[in-house]
Design a binder for this molecule. Structure first.
Ligand code: SF4
Ligand code: SF4
Length: 469
């Protein structure tokens, strides 16, 4: 952060000569961006959306459904709660379907609306542009874009970073509450860090990362690090919504009188660079669609204000598509906007079905390690020792038993087995089967997980035995 003071200058008009990135000079030094605020119609709408999202992000971990959090990504316990329903990490089907449906939704959104997520809803943009940046502008006052920023009283910088630190601490706690729950956060806050050094370290590191991101790393998260940005070239097509510059209307750019003196009829762009100085990623939208553009619409508001002043129609920079700006015919119905919704509908249906058909308990076979696959008893029967995993998906403890379907005997000293709510327990059993039932050294056996007389789940497994001619 120390470099910020020394390197900060007014933004040069447009990208510097020989730059490699919008945030890096040709000599490799950081080009600090201090985008000018351009209030306008779109900014006002984004402001409302951003504060609604910040409120949602902060308050959601506090919302309870039937005593459980609305969402909880409890990685340490390998439990995930969605809308009050608990899923365990071993429930691979619903979790896989959920991940696939999220990916498809992202593909569809990008194909239709481009980077609307980046500009309107991504936490990086929302917190940077609607919380940290406004505080920076407020604390630095007239020094914010001054070439003599280094002359700014030091107390302003100290106060700014102090506020950033408090906000980062709050954000870190909010972020963690999605993973550990608000009850734990409150508990940790009330205790000495010495009583819970690991969580304290996690909060400490997360606060540091938030501070580093919003005070130092900033737009580079979007332009260098974010994987979603890297995939834009394949997620978008020429009909996807983008923020673009109407070059047909805007060029040739420049002062109309000066161009007229050269016998050139000027376009609508007066080359004021307001769209550049307001851009939070430091690019010039007039150079065409760029990976760095997060579709934040600040250049639209900036340019509309200029168009109002020079008496030209708004929309020189506007929402459109690459086809629109190139004057090509519109293709609303493209293969991807038909295929993605169909796939998404199919996956969501499967997800709903898999969630609705979940039982209240699950029985799974695990192979016992370090055991002989089978043993022939003196009686001639075949004995297999296997491990079971029993998951209680209810919120209360339950007592389970195991029952064999078909011929054979179970030796199960751990049963009946009490399993606490939302917990999985391993248990070993010995399965003794008549030798005659084996074919090609295998026999399929089905077992039932029961509570009283209720069958809660069944599981089938091939047991090993001797090969008979
Ligand atoms: S080019 Fe315009 S829409 Fe894109 S990031 Fe810059 S200001 Fe935002
Ligand atoms: S704000 Fe509009 S008029 Fe000014 S340089 Fe950008 S495109 Fe041209």
């Amino acid at each position: 952060m120390a470099n910020e003071s020394s390197n900060a200058t007014n933004l040069p008009p447009g990208p510097p000569e020989g730059e490699v990135l919008s945030t890096m000079r040709a000599d490799g030094s950081r080009r600090w961006l201090r985008p000018k605020l351009s209030p306008g119609k779109l900014w006002n709408k984004r402001l409302v959306v951003a504060w609604a999202l910040m409120a949602l992000f902060t308050l959601t971990p506090w919302i309870r459904v039937a005593g459980k959090p609305l969402f909880l990504f409890d990685v340490t316990s390998r439990r995930f709660i969605f809308f009050g329903t608990t899923f365990h990490a071993d429930e691979t089907l619903p979790l896989a379907l959920l991940v696939v449906s999220i990916c498809l939704a992202i593909f569809l959104l990008s194909a239709l609306a481009g980077r609307v997520w980046c500009g309107w809803a991504c936490p990086q943009t929302v917190y940077m542009e609607f919380l940290y940046r406004p505080i920076e502008r407020l604390m630095e006052g007239k020094h914010y874009q001054s070439p003599e920023r280094h002359k700014m009283p030091k107390w302003r910088l100290v106060a700014k970073y102090a506020i950033f630190l408090v906000l980062s601490l709050h954000l870190a706690n909010t972020f963690l509450s999605w993973f550990v729950g608000t009850d734990k956060i409150i508990e940790w806050t009330r205790q000495s860090p010495l009583e819970h050094p690991t969580p304290f370290l996690v909060v400490f590191v997360t606060t540091g990362l938030m501070m580093w991101d919003f005070a130092f790393w900033r737009e580079q998260m979007c332009t260098l690090a974010c994987p979603y940005a890297r995939f834009q070239s394949v997620l978008l097509d020429r009909s996807s919504l983008i923020v673009g510059y109407d070059a047909k209307r805007g060029e040739p750019r420049g002062n109309a009188r000066r161009l007229a003196a050269q016998g050139i009829e000027a376009g609508d762009c007066v080359d004021c660079h307001n769209c550049v100085t307001t851009c939070p990623t430091g690019i010039d939208i007039r150079n065409g669609l760029q990976l760095e553009c997060i579709a934040c619409t600040q250049c639209i508001d900036a340019c509309d204000e200029v168009m109002d002043k020079v008496g030209k129609p708004r929309g020189l920079i506007r929402y459109g598509s690459q086809s629109d700006f190139a004057g090509e015919p519109k293709h609303r119905l493209r293969p991807r906007v038909v295929l993605y919704p169909l796939l998404l509908a199919g996956v969501l249906t499967a997800l709903v079905f898999s969630v609705a058909s979940r039982g209240e308990a699950q029985l799974e076979f695990l192979r016992s390690r370090g055991q002989n696959p089978y043993r022939t008893l003196e009686s001639g029967e075949i004995s297999n020792v296997v491990s079971l995993h029993i998951t209680n998906r209810t919120d209360h403890p339950a007592t389970y038993d195991i029952r064999l379907k078909g011929e054979g005997t179970l030796i199960k000293p751990q049963f009946p087995l009490e399993v606490p709510g939302q917990t999985g327990i391993d248990a070993n059993i010995q399965v003794v089967l008549p030798a005659a039932g084996f074919h090609d050294g295998r026999k399929s056996v089905e077992m039932e997980l029961i509570e009283g007389e209720r069958v809660l789940d069944t599981a089938e497994r091939q047991f090993l035995g001797p090969l008979f001619d």
